[in-house]
Design a protein around this ligand. Structure first.
Ligand code: ZN
Length: 282
């Protein structure tokens, strides 16, 4: 019996040792396997790289989206209307000259204010804003002559609606047009700040009772509008934005917008049938 007990003891010890041995061997083998897997870990780590590379792929997708959007924004807006204009924009050096050319590419300095603005005291006006009821002295005196000739020669009563406009007023006006109509539409009928002839103090928007004192291109079909188109040059004014010359002037037909140039030049421009842009280029 004792011998058997001893034997069982020995067997238990052997089995225990064996188990420990096998466990130890297992750990060693697993260690080796891990070592062997270590190289695979690199390939495995390539997977993580692939994963990150999936992220980078996703990131680039995100990044391109922004860059693509930006390039789209820039090409669409700046590239078409703004960039070329920005690149081609010249700030005029003679803002106070009577024959200054102001348009989408020839801009007035933002600080320019004519020195000889006067109030429109002797012509009928439509609006009460004191700023726009001003013109440079020579243009105003010519406007008085134009309006009185219309009355005396044809019994037409003309009204001054909008004359001088400051750079800051144009900033507000243009912003509100863009907000209400979008930039593309606004750019067809509104000047950007610095690009408005009204800032020269040499331009006036005129209307009449038949127009309900408003401004639109039907003014050109009214008796008053026809008379102005035929006679304005005699007093030193031209129709600055003629019909069909939108590509050259950058503005749609505006039969109501007259620009003072002095009688001599206005008459030459009128007789040439050219826009002011074309007149200066010839
Ligand atoms: Zn105008």
């Amino acid at each position: 019996m004792k011998k058997k007990k001893v034997k069982w003891h020995r067997i238990l010890i052997l089995v225990t040792v064996l188990i420990l041995f096998l466990f130890g061997a297992f750990l060693v083998i697993e260690g080796i396997i891990k070592d062997k897997e270590a190289p695979p870990e690199e390939p495995v780590s390539e997977e993580p790289i692939e994963e990150p590379s999936k992220e980078p792929v996703e990131e680039p997708v995100d990044e391109p989206e922004e860059p693509i959007k930006e390039p789209e924004k820039e090409p669409e807006k700046p590239d078409e209307p703004e960039k070329p204009i920005d690149q081609n924009i010249t700030i005029v050096e003679n803002p106070g000259a009577i024959d200054v050319l102001v348009n989408r590419t020839n801009n007035l300095p933002d600080t320019y204010v004519p020195e000889d603005l006067v109030k429109l005291t002797d012509v009928p006006t439509v609006l009460s804003n004191p700023e726009i009821n001003q013109l440079r002295k020579s243009a105003y005196e010519a406007l008085v002559e134009l309006f009185s000739a219309a009355k005396n020669e044809a019994e037409y009563e003309l009204f001054a609606r909008s004359g001088y406009r400051s750079y800051n007023t144009q900033v507000s006006l243009y912003s509100s047009y863009v907000a209400n109509h979008g930039q593309a539409a606004a750019d067809t009928f509104s000047a950007k700040p610095g690009q408005s002839e009204h800032q020269t103090g040499l331009s006036m928007d005129i209307t009449c009772e038949a127009m309900n004192f408003l401004l639109d291109d039907t003014f050109g079909q009214t008796d008053e509008g026809k008379w102005v188109a035929e006679n304005a040059h005699r007093f030193g004014f031209i129709i600055r934005y003629p019909k069909g010359k939108e590509d050259i002037t950058g503005y749609m037909y505006e039969p109501w917008h007259i620009r003072f140039l002095g009688i001599e030049m206005a008459t030459e421009v009128f007789e040439s049938g050219l826009t002011l842009e074309e007149y200066f280029e010839q």
